[in-house]
Ligand binder design. Structure first.
Ligand code: HEM
Length: 153
């Protein structure tokens, strides 16, 4: 009987932990290797992963090496996404499509430039400037999605 209470408590805390442990593997794979996703979606998922990691490392000046590695990966992800074509392009007329694709590519170039601004600040040990530039980079996402994805139209 003396053992019952600790056992119940242990079972209770396991039950509490279990859902997050069961969910963790699914959350870790946000679909970037999912063959159902088109290459641009996979590049976007990879970019989102890099940005999530950078949100943590940029806040901690002792993680400069992690931030630089994360930025190198993000820049490669952006370069990969830049050469692809959003699905929405297929729905546009022949006349509209070239402008749309060029605008998409220009916006990805802007994102790459902004990632380089963050990188330069990290290299110079300027944490405030790095965080401000990073916020600017993150601010590019919503307006770009409103303009270039199918879902928002
Ligand atoms: C902070 C920056 C950004 C993040 C974290 C991000 C993330 C994502 C994610 C997670 C998706 C969904 C992928 C899926 O369905 O699995 C997506 C889709 C998409 N994103 Fe981004 N994105 C960012 C910036 C941009 C920018 C700057 C552009 C355009 C220049 C863009 C254009 C698109 C397009 C077009 C799609 C839909 C894919 C398609 O049409 O084939 N994104 N993005």
């Amino acid at each position: 009987m003396k053992l019952l209470l600790p056992l119940l408590l242990a079972a209770g805390s396991l039950a509490f932990l279990a859902p997050s442990q069961v969910l963790a593997p699914q959350l870790a794979d946000e679909g970037k290797d999912d063959p159902q996703k088109c290459p641009l979606e996979q590049s976007m998922e990879a970019m989102a992963d890099s940005i999530r990691a950078l949100r943590r490392s940029l806040r901690d000046p002792s993680k400069q090496a992690d931030s630089l590695a994360g930025l190198a990966k993000l820049e490669a992800d952006i370069v990969a996404a830049k050469s692809q074509t959003p699905r929405r392009a297929a729905k546009l007329s022949e006349a509209e499509r070239p402008r749309f694709v060029a605008d998409y590519r220009s916006e990805m170039i802007r994102m790459l430039e902004q990632a380089l601004v963050v990188e330069k600040a990290v290299l110079g040990g300027q944490q405030e400037a790095a965080l401000a530039a990073f916020e600017e980079l993150r601010g590019l996402e919503d307006p770009a999605h409103a303009r270039f994805t199918e879902e928002e139209q």
